[in-house]
Write a protein that binds this ligand. Sequence first.
Ligand code: ADP
Ligand code: MG
Length: 249
Amino acid sequence: MESTERDALTVTGLRKTFEAENAPVRALRGIDLTVRAGEFVAVMGPSGCGKSTLLNLVAGLDVADEGTITVAGETVTGRTEDDLARMRRKHMGIVFQFFNLLEGMTVLENVVLPSVIAGRRRKIAETRARDLLDLLGIGDKAAAVPGVLSGGQRQRLAIARALANQPTLLLADEPTGALDSAGGAEIIELLRRLHQAGQTIILVTHDQAVADAASRIVTMRDGRIVNSTDTSAGAQEAASTGTSTAQAR
Ligand code: ADP
Ligand code: MG
């Protein structure tokens, strides 16, 4: 599979087996997936089919047995730990089901810190963090600690943090899984807006309402991708991409 600059992610022949007590678990059995820049892909499928494993490998949080992963033309597979960490900071914004927030720090500092760690000057990081919090509708909570936020607000903070370094990919594993329906609806609306603004998003979900916001639904079963369907949002996206490509020529 040829990788082009419009591809945010290219995965080829990805395999991962976990050594379990009784028998090895073949979590990924040969995954091929290309995600274009600006796509919003929802990965669905029954529990245990390998969704989180795929996301973790793409994020560089775990290592594949076989296959290659390329993000914005840079290879993720076959890197050293240090190199991977650099790669993650540059390209990946990662959001989990449980928010993994720094509870002892302010909301603002939760978003500033990843940028400072990535080497950005504090003042610039703070400006970006405030803009993000405003964009995500929690700008008035900047000085608060995460503990006072609602579930939906906490997940929005986690997303703000993931976006701090303007990642190539926003990766989320069941981001609405721990939220009530109001909190879930907040996150869906936010994901829609981020997608409209051009953010490439890949998320794992069980929630059909979340998947409905995506431009493509990829279905997995037993470690394989068994279906990939553009939604109506995806059709609109393809149409507008076609127009802009025509204009560029
Ligand atoms: P999903 O996210 O689709 O529910 P996972 O990717 O978490 O599925 O898991 C796929 C399979 O791999 C499951 O059978 C799971 O039990 C197994 N698995 C995942 N992580 C590990 C691990 N660290 N050690 C052993 N088995 C694992
Ligand atoms: Mg999972």
